[in-house]
Design a protein around this ligand. Structure first.
Ligand SMILES: Nc1nc2c(c(=O)[nH]1)N[C@H]1C(S)=C(S)[C@@H](COP(=O)(O)O)O[C@H]1N2
Ligand SMILES: [Mo]
Length: 203
């Protein structure tokens, strides 16, 4: 089963305009955008994923354990704050519900900080992280993620601007209060709804 827009694709085909948020234009390419260097993951024994913060017991998942989790396909559109949108992506990866079987959340947990390699972070509400359309992706359009797009594992939260989709994901922290991540400290919006053009937050 494909989670997301693909089941509706037939009805929506040709309706690209209604799927493109205000101020965005479509691209067929896949631009690469990030701060810092592309991590070297030729040795995957160095990769793990930490689930920590407001959980009963913190845990670390190795690459081998991660790859044994059940995976599925997700179809979605992505919208970058720099104004490009890319429709009809097919991702393969682990549903957030599957990763959440590894920990028991404390009731105070309301927000999530995604931690990427080299200390890069991004924040979002727990509810958005837990959305049935959010995933931890290993493949895009049939190919393993390339190093520049987040190999080995990236977050994909398609309903928010694409900067919330952390590449080179290494940690998921559960928090009581919202805190700004890397771009959010540098003027980006705390939430980032592309349909409301929540791009920047200058007070
Ligand atoms: N680890 C990490 N993830 C990141 C970023 C980053 O700088 N570091 N940039 C974000 C931004 S601003 C965007 S638009 C998307 C771009 O993903 P792409 O390069 O696969 O298109 O990654 C997001 N994830
Ligand atoms: Mo971005």
């Amino acid at each position: 089963m494909v989670v997301g827009i693909s089941s509706e694709k037939k009805d929506r085909a040709g309706d690209d305009a209604s799927r493109t948020p205000p101020g965005q234009r479509l691209t067929a390419g896949f631009p690469v955008l990030h701060h810092g260097d592309i991590p070297d993951y030729r040795d995957l024994s160095k990769w793990n994923l930490k689930l920590f913060g407001l959980v009963e017991e913190e845990t670390e998942i190795s690459y081998n354990e991660f790859m044994k989790l059940s995976m599925k396909e997700f179809g979605n559109d992505i919208h970058c704050v720099t104004t490009w949108s890319k429709l009809d992506n097919v991702w393969e990866g682990v549903a957030v519900t599957t990763i959440m079987e590894k920990v028991k959340l404390k009731p105070e947990a309301k927000y999530v900080m995604l931690h990427a390699e080299q200390g890069w972070t991004t924040n979002l509400p727990l509810e958005d992280f837990l959305s049935a359309t959010s995933l931890l992706a290993i493949r895009h359009n049939g190919e393993l993620l390339s190093p520049e797009h987040g190999y080995p594992v990236r977050m994909v939260v398609p309903h928010l601007y694409f900067w919330k989709s952390a590449k080179w994901l290494r940690g998921i922290e559960f928090m009581e209060k919202d805190k700004p991540g890397f771009w959010e400290r540098n003027g980006y919006h705390m939430y980032g709804n592309p349909w409301k053009e929540e791009r920047y937050d200058f007070d």
